[in-house]
Write a protein that binds this ligand. Structure first.
Ligand SMILES: Cc1cc2nc3c(=O)[nH]c(=O)nc-3n(C[C@H](O)[C@H](O)[C@H](O)COP(=O)(O)O)c2cc1C
Length: 155
């Protein structure tokens, strides 16, 4: 039997859908590299179910826009919950749309540090991604996927 493909779970929060568009770009880029993907909006699904999905993933990407210099509370809560389960060694990306200061992805990265995942550089996109910034989202998704596939090869 062939090994199952590694799975990337992308979870995002959003106020006006710009971070959703970033997440969708990441999804496309990752799919093009041949990993399985799941895309979840934190507002649509109970957090316990999201945590269960994340715990089964090989890579995770967590996104939030910056509002008042912070990530949105639902995403921070989710990130805090991950500290209570074993996430060590998974590939971890954080991302978000922003307007001027864009602290959220770095704040999330800091919150997730105790999970001992393989954390990537953050992706920050000004406003709604399009053209070259949408390409940047796709390339980031591809990079996440390649990192996951490389790790799969180490097994
Ligand atoms: C009330 C309010 C507060 C904001 N605060 C910040 C901020 O502190 N830093 C920043 O970079 N952008 C800030 N923004 C801009 C948003 O981050 C930006 O519009 C982003 O693209 C929204 O993403 P979303 O569509 O995923 O919600 C703020 C926007 C609003 C409406």
């Amino acid at each position: 039997m062939t090994d199952p493909k590694p799975k990337l779970v992308i979870v995002y929060g959003t106020g006006t859908n710009n971070t959703r568009a970033v997440a969708e770009g990441i999804l496309e880029g990752a799919q093009d590299e041949g990993v399985d993907t799941v895309l979840l909006n934190v507002a649509d699904i109970p957090k316990e179910e999201i945590i269960a999905e994340l715990s089964r993933a090989d890579g995770i990407a967590i996104g939030s826009p910056t509002y008042n210099r912070k990530p949105i509370p639902a995403i921070v809560t989710l990130a805090e919950m991950l500290k209570d389960i074993d996430m060590a060694g998974k590939v971890c990306a954080t991302f978000g749309a922003y307007g001027h200061s864009g602290e959220a992805p770095k704040t999330l990265k800091r919150v997730l540090k105790p999970c001992n995942m393989e954390q990537m550089e953050v992706l920050r996109i000004l406003g709604k991604p399009s053209g070259s910034t949408l390409d940047e989202c796709r390339e980031y998704g591809a990079e996440i996927a390649r990192n996951m596939l490389e790790k799969g090869g180490e097994k």
